[in-house]
Design a protein around this ligand. Structure first.
Ligand SMILES: NC(=O)c1ccc[n+]([C@@H]2O[C@H](COP(=O)([O-])OP(=O)(O)OC[C@H]3O[C@@H](n4cnc5c(N)ncnc54)[C@H](OP(=O)(O)O)[C@@H]3O)[C@@H](O)[C@H]2O)c1
Length: 325
């Protein structure tokens, strides 16, 4: 597994990380054994960057990571700012920030958090900027080692990077959402802010395995948030209407180089961006993680194919993406 530096943290992180939203059961119920097997698989392939959040499965994702003993040299990034204690608040406060972080510390069973990310907090709070000084305080007090932000738009990313201590940005970036190549990624690279890529497979669409008839469990956000009914529409299927995404993925499959799958093409395209530090694909089965780690060994995609993928995105995908790009 190749590693890259995660911005100002200086951490050496695996190119393929692990998204742990699934460990909370938000992609359909997940048993303890499957969760443990996924984490074991991550360890066996040196996947050393695990992304979670205080709210995933109401804390279950963090608890499962906390309960997994073999975590030597694993870096766990968690998030704060979306819990019910912040709901409806136009202005966050320092006390709630510290309490959230302390809760994560307990569930993860650590003394200090490796990386705490502001979890898509309201843009007004980012504009205000006071929260950055509280995160700096948390760092000085030894509650966290570093902090970053998970954002939904380029504007939010730029706002977070105003703070000199913002070490990383987590963003939606994939073959169905390519614009950051020319905007957020160069800005982050210039500021030495590490890029953590979420939704690399557009919630699984870019594995090419779904058909228009695929059904998801009731508790899976791909069922209840399909059209943004509960949270930001862009977090589910990258903002594409499901059936449109299935059709576009079927067309993209034809472009995967011989002997590779659409998932490989999608992940390799992201890794070919130098500004990217790690890609946190989420998995519901250990076999998916085994498949994803293969991409770290693949050669970069040929320029002509990258151009073709860009044209495909501009002409066929971008006009259909909901929720802004
Ligand atoms: N606001 C935020 O900060 C935020 C929001 C969303 C996500 N995240 C983080 O980002 C991570 C990744 O995002 P995501 O999980 O939403 O989207 P994703 O990584 O694009 O898609 C994950 C889904 O893709 C499928 N998959 C993965 N590898 C596969 C493979 N090799 N072959 C076939 N299918 C494969 C699985 O689908 P099936 O379940 O159908 O098997 C899996 O549940 C999350 O786990 C979470 O840690 C953060």
């Amino acid at each position: 597994m190749n590693t890259r530096t995660l911005g100002k943290t200086g951490y050496q992180v695996s190119e393929i990380g692990l998204g742990c939203w699934q460990l909370g059961g938000d992609f359909g119920a997940m048993g303890d054994e499957t969760a443990r097997d996924i984490l074991k698989t991550a360890r066996s392939f040196d996947v050393n960057f695990w992304d979670t959040a205080d709210v995933y499965g109401g804390g279950e994702s963090e608890r499962r990571i906390g309960g997994f003993a073999d975590k030597k040299s694993v870096l766990v990034a968690t998030k704060l700012g979306r819990g019910s204690q912040f709901e409806g608040m136009a202005k966050y406060d320092r006390r709630r920030v510290k309490e959230s972080l302390t809760g994560s510390i307990k569930r993860l069973g650590v003394e200090v958090l490796d990386l705490a990310q502001l979890h898509c907090i309201p843009i007004e709070v980012l504009r205000d900027g006071e929260i950055f000084t509280w995160m700096d305080d948390m760092q000085s007090e030894g509650v966290i080692r570093h902090w970053g932000a998970s954002v939904q738009t380029v504007e939010e990313g730029m706002l977070a990077m105003r703070s000199a201590n913002c070490a990383s940005l987590q963003t939606i970036f994939n073959l169905f959402r390519q614009d950051a190549v020319e905007t957020l990624l160069p800005a982050a690279q210039k500021a030495n802010v590490g890029i953590i890529v979420r939704l690399p497979l557009a919630s699984g669409l870019l594995s090419g395995k779904f058909t228009k008839d695929t059904k998801f469990a009731t508790e899976d956000h791909r069922s209840y948030n399909r059209d943004g009914q509960h949270f930001f529409v862009g977090e589910t299927f990258s903002g594409l209407p499901f059936e449109t995404g299935v059709k576009l993925a079927d067309q993209l499959k034809q472009m995967a180089p011989k002997g590779t799958t659409l998932a490989h093409l999608a992940l390799r395209w992201i890794l070919d961006q130098k500004a990217v530090s790690t890609v946190i694909a989420g998995v519901t089965k250990p076999t998916q993680l085994k498949d994803n780690v293969e991409v770290s060994r693949m050669d970069p995609l040929p320029d002509a194919l990258v151009e073709k993928l860009k044209d495909f995105y501009i002409e066929k995908v971008r006009p259909q993406v909901r929720g802004g790009i």
